[in-house]
Design a protein around this ligand. Sequence first.
Ligand SMILES: [Mn+2]
Length: 272
Amino acid sequence: MTSRQTLIVGDIQGCYKGLRQLLDKCEFESSRDQLIAVGDLVARGEDSLATVEYLMSLNGSFRTVLGNHDLHLLSVIEGIKAPNPKDNLDNLLASSRLAEISYWLRRFPLAMKLDAQHTVVHAGLFPLWSTSQLLALSDEVSQALSSTRYLELLNNMYANEPQNWRESLDGFARLRFIINACTRMRFLSTDYRLNVAEKGKPSAAPPHLKPWFELDNEHLGGHEKIIFGHWAALTGVTDKKQVIGLDTGYVWGNTMSAYRVETGEIIAVSAG
Ligand SMILES: [Mn+2]
């Protein structure tokens, strides 16, 4: 690559070695290019601390949307939740830079628009929302995350309710729905009820549940693309031109993927 590129990388999950291999393969130059992540920067991989320190070192060349694992890390840092025993966060939690890491992380949004075409969000676009509504709702959560309500929000974040979106939702129920839709959604029932329990492949789900991208979204423009992660069981396959899944399960031994915005290419490295 000799011209500036914008790369969107799938779920990194603390897989530092895979991230660096993927960026090398893409010929990523931090002085020239932009790197954007779909969230879940940390968790089960071999080195969540090295991953975060590297991404922080990129300064303005790196941005992310927040994933469920990133929000959970904030709760763990604040002592609201215990670390998940399946995660590998010990070195990160022991870091002398922990306060700096928390401050850095919680200033990122749940969703971002790169241009008129490309929207990035960890779990997906709730199909009753337009991308501009998604951005406005993401801002509501960001305001709480950067305010004195920060700890209260983390304390009120853990529940699977409400399942139905209503514009009249308010308080923490509203913020929780936005967080669940943006960071945990996979399936919805056909009446647009959020189901965050089911995790497998669409073909293995009960018939009343559909992947979020299979439900009609009358607000999504024909030129728009949604770039998301979170759902490793899809291995990136959505069968929709407008919906680009980048969680290809590197942490489970599969691949880590990046989408090159300028060309529409997917570049991947294998864990095996
Ligand atoms: Mn996730």
